[in-house]
Write a protein of this length. Sequence first.
Length: 203
Amino acid sequence: MSEYPLILVDGLNIEKGMVSAGGNLKNYLNLLSTFHMDGASKVNEIKKYIETGDIQSYTINVHALKGACANIGSSELSEAAAALEKAGKNGDLSFIRDNNAVFISNLETILNNINIALMKEAKESKKDHIDRNLLKTELSNLKTALVDFDYFKIEDSVTNLQDFTQDADIGDSVRAILKKILTGEYEEAVSMADALLRELGNS
């Protein structure tokens, strides 16, 4: 029997992932949420680099995924990323062409499974007791950091807002804001933060 409280995500070794999160379920959920957002962006970037033939950038991205996949408990994806990274460093375009599509397909499947698990966890947790005043403060701090292009404060705000991504009511909105930040769309993120602040003020 596992020593950790578990959620189920098809394709992941949850116990290994929990070890990366220090055995803390909340930390692991945040890890999965971050991976889901970052992974979706990485898929698009990898496809773009394959199309443009930018093997150096491709290799950098699969290297990042190698560690991230291991952290969430996907040894299979991590090993596949490692093989693609090696091929990229060696200029083995044939190996990349033969194996990249399967890697991306498996990664997209894991991302979808993570999304399903996070949505289920959010519903089951029934976090109606979130501190909305704290959320308002974090959103305001984020807006200021984005306007000032203060990357250290942006990083702090993103970390703090992860705690709200599992809420059944506003989790989707918070995740959408964080995704805009991840893709560098700061103006959109500010607008969405404003909209959520208005919504919280009327609730």
